[in-house]
Design a binder for this molecule. Structure first.
Ligand SMILES: *Cc1c(COP(=O)(O)O)cnc(C)c1O
Length: 235
């Protein structure tokens, strides 16, 4: 059963994503929608699956584990892709590697080493993105620009981790033209990394309030929670 409200919100987001892509001369297929389900109950995730969504983002390992392992999720026949988008502590890497297809938030050499170690144990090649911190105090996590290439070098020496792109969380600014430079900067950093020999097709950037701007600047993955599920706390 589809919830009309949820269905209409998702349809609206896909339309806006497509419009933003076309505005930038990009194909709408280049941009993937990741529905952010932190604090969202399993029943609502089920409804989102019924509306056609398959990729979901969580920011806490324990919360994600509880949901992914729930009977309701385990009994679903659809194949879902779980993305980890929060800050990952080294001691949670083991669970994260078991649960998530893509980890968006790699930001330290210790974490790279631990993910590689845990992935090797279960015979997996863990796909990851490197989170880059582009603003001073607003974003707490992520590597500084200057630490990006050394971290990518370390990643590329690992057999069980595969870097596929970059992620950033810009400061929460009302004025979209103030956010745009952060998206441009992440794209430029990707270009710089590619010039240095690292293939990084994915750019994870854009949330409910700024995803169209992010898509105009090259985003390939938008992480959207509120615009799909409503305000957190009032759902
Ligand atoms: C919560 C969250 C989002 C989604 O934010 P909304 O404003 O609800 O769309 C995206 N990315 C990260 C890292 C988040 O923690």
């Amino acid at each position: 059963m589809e919830t009309p409200l949820l269905f209409n919100r998702i349809k609206d987001i896909y339309l806006r994503m497509a419009r933003a892509a076309m505005k930038a001369d990009r194909s709408p297929e280049e941009v993937q929608l990741i529905a952010v389900t932190k604090t969202v109950a399993v029943g609502a995730i089920r409804e989102a699956v019924d509306c056609g969504l398959r990729a979901f983002g969580e920011n806490r390992v324990q919360e994600a584990k509880r949901k992914v392992m729930s009977e309701e999720m385990q009994s679903m026949s659809e194949e879902l892709a779980w993305h980890f988008i929060g800050h990952l502590q080294t001691n949670k890497a083991k669970d994260a590697v078991q649960l998530f297809g893509l980890i968006h938030s790699v930001d330290s050499t210790e974490l790279v080493d631990e993910i590689d170690r845990q992935a090797e144990k279960i015979g997996k090649i863990q796909r990851v993105l490197v989170e880059v911190k582009l603003s001073g105090e607003e974003t707490k996590y992520g590597v500084a620009e200057g630490a990006l290439l050394p971290l990518l070098e370390r990643l590329c020496r690992k057999k069980h981790v595969k870097p596929e792109g970059l992620m950033t969380i810009p400061p929460l600014l009302e004025d979209l033209n103030s956010v745009r430079p952060y998206f441009i900067r992440l794209r430029e950093l990707r270009e710089r990394a590619e010039t240095a020999g690292f293939a990084l097709p994915e750019l994870s950037m854009g949330m409910s309030h700024d995803f169209e701007t992010a898509i105009e600047e090259g985003s390939t993955m938008v992480r959207i929670g509120t615009a799909i599920f409503g305000e957190r706390g009032s759902r």
